[in-house]
Design a protein around this ligand. Structure first.
Ligand code: FRU
Length: 516
């Protein structure tokens, strides 16, 4: 294992070690066959994207009989939104995905909008074969003008591990005769021993809760909202029970998509921490009980996996995009990608409550090198990693004396993305204004999250061909942004306002592509 240590007189030695690091990566890759697909410019290497055509929200995330299922909003006919159907992919580790044929196609003028899938373990629906469990999908059927604009909740079942689906003959199961009523999130509530649905009334900024014994008949329980941020439509709710890191305690989280009008512009997602008594959600009044699941521009309509082991930490996965420019992304023959899966926990400290998100990535880690930089070292021109992309960095900045410091990802001398802590402004930020191609005027941005002075200056970064995912301050801040760099020759440098280093300890990993 090579080590990268930077101290002023040793710069050339450092460069030699970096070359070694790069070469060891080449030999490791030799002999691995390259497939023609999934290698196009900007094609994500550690994030799911469909082989071709348009995708938006993830749907029906579920673990069943050894497979993780990722269904997704999909246009089978093109690379812009339309003909919404559910695409389908499976994985044994939530990272390496294998795309399967379309699961639920648009039919008779009804598009299949966002929804969820549950494992019906006791055949409560009567859809499963005797003494077996089966999958039941709960989704919004949407009819758009020139038809009467109408959104209803519908169900379908699968007895063959999600490969084929039969819509329920008695659909819809919920119809309020409304044009905007969508995105059901259903899970089993053990305490109340019934199915609970959270579903959105987007224009009214309300989440409605319903209960059912059999997934077919639904009775209204309660409503939440308007609350928090109501600048745009409320979409894609998810109600989750989140354990603390040691599993001894838990809290309920209600996550709600907001589009447009999120603080970073366009689409964003707020969460409320609180309690759920089987009927109603009550937000906590503690500091930190209201926040944003992501402070970047590109993470929307994240939902959690159903079917995980009891008491397992929830895992959230979102659409890495923003409706402001989703249709303009410079990629072909696909458009749209998903975030990494993130394991959730919550914590309480002197600053209050916080939701923590840790990306699930370990299985992709390849060659690794430690990083140690002493404080006060002159940083100009020193690379801490000459990386191949994709790459992961885990950095801990110690007792910073600088006001502004962090990491720059260079793709050439004029183009870089800056990820930093600004202690004067009290912000963690990603600045992508010089990152490369800007597909729309709404794209260049410096996204920010409030810093908590008492939490550590830790920074976990996952850099892919067209994105950077950052997790800061012990994973209490998640910030995800798309980037379209001018080249894939990435150089990673530390920076600070004065040019002198803040002491850093950490590690970098090359990441294996999920497609090869
Ligand atoms: C959110 C959303 C959902 C809807 C889906 C349609 O991105 O607008 O509310 O179900 O996309 O594709």
């Amino acid at each position: 294992m090579e080590s990268i240590r930077v101290s002023h007189p040793m710069r050339w030695a450092v460069m030699a070690e970096i070359v070694l690091f790069a070469l060891s990566g080449i030999s490791q890759r030799a002999g691995i066959s390259q497939t023609a697909h999934y290698d196009e410019p900007f094609r994500p290497q550690v994030h799911f994207s469909p082989r071709e055509h348009w995708t938006n929200d993830p749907n029906g995330l579920v673990y069943f009989h050894g497979e993780y299922h990722l269904f997704f909003q999909y246009n089978p006919f093109g690379d812009t939104w339309g003909h919404m159907s559910w695409g389908h992919a499976v994985s044994t580790d939530m990272l390496h995905w294998h795309e399967l044929p379309i699961a639920l196609p648009e039919k008779d003028g009804m598009m299949i909008f966002t929804g969820s899938i549950v494992v019906d373990r006791k055949n409560s629906s009567g859809f499963c074969l005797p003494d077996t469990e089966c999958l039941v999908a709960i989704y919004t059927g949407s009819r758009e003008p020139p038809q009467i604009h109408r959104q209803t909740q519908n169900i379908a079942f699968s007895r063959d591990k999600g490969r084929t689906w039969t819509p329920f003959a008695g659909n819809p199961v919920l119809d309020l005769q409304l044009g905007d009523f969508r995105d059901p999130s259903v899970s089993w509530n053990e305490e109340a021993r019934q199915w609970i649905m959270a579903v959105s009334l987007p224009k009214e900024h309300k989440i409605r809760f319903y209960a059912s014994p059999d997934l077919k008949t639904w009775a209204q329980l309660s409503e939440f909202g308007p609350a928090g941020d109501i600048a745009g439509d409320w979409e894609c709710p998810d109600l989750l029970k989140v354990p603390s890191a040691n599993g001894k305690d838990s809290i309920w989280a209600l996550k709600i998509g907001l589009n447009p009008g999120a603080p970073q512009g366009g689409s964003g997602e707020q969460y409320f921490l609180g309690s759920f008594d089987g009927k109603a959600f009550t937000p906590s009044l503690k500091h930190g009980a209201h926040g944003w699941t992501n402070y970047g521009k590109d993470d929307y309509c994240a939902i959690s996996f159903n079917g995980l082991r009891k008491n397992q930490h929830p895992i959230l996965l979102g659409w890495m995009n923003n409706w402001q420019y989703a249709a303009k992304l410079p990629t072909s023959p696909w458009r749209g990608q998903m975030s990494l899966p993130r394991r959730l926990s919550f914590m309480k400290d002197e600053a209050g409550l916080a939701l923590r998100q840790k990306p699930v990535i370990d299985r992709l880690r390849g060659v690794s090198a430690p990083i140690t930089v002493q404080s006060g070292v002159d940083l100009r021109g020193v690379d801490i990693a000459q990386t191949t992309i994709p790459n992961e960095l885990d950095l801990h900045f110690e007792k910073p004396s600088e006001d502004v410091f962090g990491v720059r990802l260079y793709s050439d001398e004029q183009h870089w993305t800056e990820i930093g802590f600004d202690r004067q402004k009290g912000e963690f930020y990603i600045d992508r204004t010089r990152s490369g191609t800007a597909p729309s005027p709404a794209f260049p941005a410096r996204t920010t999250a409030p810093l908590v002075a008492s939490r550590p200056y830790s920074l976990r970064l996952v850099v892919d061909r067209s994105s950077v995912e950052a997790y800061a301050q012990n994973d209490t801040i998640a910030m995800t942004n798309l980037i379209y760099p001018v080249s894939q020759n990435s150089k990673i440098q530390l920076f600070s306002a004065s040019g002198k280093a803040v002491a850093v300890k950490g590690r970098t990993w090359k990441l294996h592509s999920i497609w090869r």
